[in-house]
Design a protein around this ligand. Structure first.
Ligand code: ATP
Length: 273
């Protein structure tokens, strides 16, 4: 048995950019945690080191039921271990795949939790900037746990969250990140990604992935041209209210995209208001 601070390390839960994430059990209290083990050797360049620093720095300030809790950071000679709340329900991605797509009632609960977490972040003047299915885990009661704050950033004033660094994953990134050069509004970028996530929950696939010239979305510039010029299509089973909400979120022009507050009062989410 391998010890790590007061924890015993068990099996590997997943693998990230910097190393393995292991299940840990506290030797005295028996509490299960996920320990993100970051090899010190993997932090050789400044960008990578600042990504980890940023993640720890942001997680320290967060406390919300749908955002992963950070309990501790353990430093050893070889590793930095970020001790996190264990999300025992696996990845939302797998949950959707297992069901092909989610029933609207199930999606409403999960999406309301995501929006509650994002609203909390934005009120604390933090934007996530890498919201995607792979960064949404489930706890054992199947509640959303938002993870991976490596791209998160702070802004100073609620009315002025302009940012310059482009980041995130192409399929979830708002068009203004690629199409225009210069500053963008961080919170609006998170709303776009939430729209992509909701679409994927309800359909089982990502929006805008039906361009015959770019079927895998590999060419980012083509993907963005396609987004700017193509009307959003929905599978038949998606309800009119859900379509209405998606059409408010997946608006290419960030000035016309809806806000978190508008999402929270949308009738599709009324059961979770
Ligand atoms: P990425 O390459 O996506 O940036 P990363 O280095 O930030 O990855 P994570 O995404 O945080 O690493 O973790 C990698 C995997 O480990 C996740 O996909 C998930 O399967 C597992 N994992 C991470 N955190 C937890 C947790 N708190 N509870 C359970 N499993 C977790």
């Amino acid at each position: 048995m391998v010890g790590f601070g007061p924890y015993v390390l068990l099996h590997t839960l997943g693998e990230g950019e910097f190393g393995k994430v292991k299940l840990g059990v506290h030797t005295e209290f028996g509490v299960e945690v996920a320990i993100k083990l970051i090899r010190r050797g993997s932090l050789d360049d400044e960008v990578r080191a600042s990504k980890v620093e940023r993640e720890i720095d942001v997680l320290k300030t967060l406390r919300h039921p749908n955002i992963v809790r950070m309990f501790d950071v353990i430093d050893t000679e070889k590793y930095i271990g970020i001790v996190l709340e264990f999300a025992g329900g696996g990845e939302l991605f797998d949950h959707i795949l297992a069901n092909r797509y989610l029933k609207e009632k199930d999606a409403q609960k999960l999406f309301a939790q995501l929006i509650s977490g994002v609203d909390y972040l934005h009120k604390k003047h933090i934007v996530h900037r890498d919201l995607k299915l792979e960064n949404l885990l489930l706890d054992k009661h199947r509640n959303i746990i938002i993870t991976d704050f490596g791209f998160a950033n702070r802004f100073n004033h609620a009315s002025d969250d302009l940012m310059a660094t482009s980041c995130g994953s192409p399929c979830y990134a708002a068009p203004e990140l690629v199409v225009s050069e210069g500053l963008y509004v961080g919170s609006a970028v998170d709303i776009w990604s939430c729209g992509v996530i909701l679409y994927a929950m309800l359909s089982g696939y990502l929006p805008y992935d039906d361009d015959p010239n770019n079927p895998e979305g590999d060419n980012i510039n083509l993907l963005y041209k396609y987004i700017m010029t193509t009307k959003l299509n929905f599978p038949d089973h998606i309800s009119p209210l859900a379509r209405h909400l998606l059409q408010m979120m997946l608006v290419p022009n960030p000035e016309h995209r809806c806000t978190v507050q508008e999402i929270m009062v949308h009738p599709w989410l009324s059961a979770h208001a």
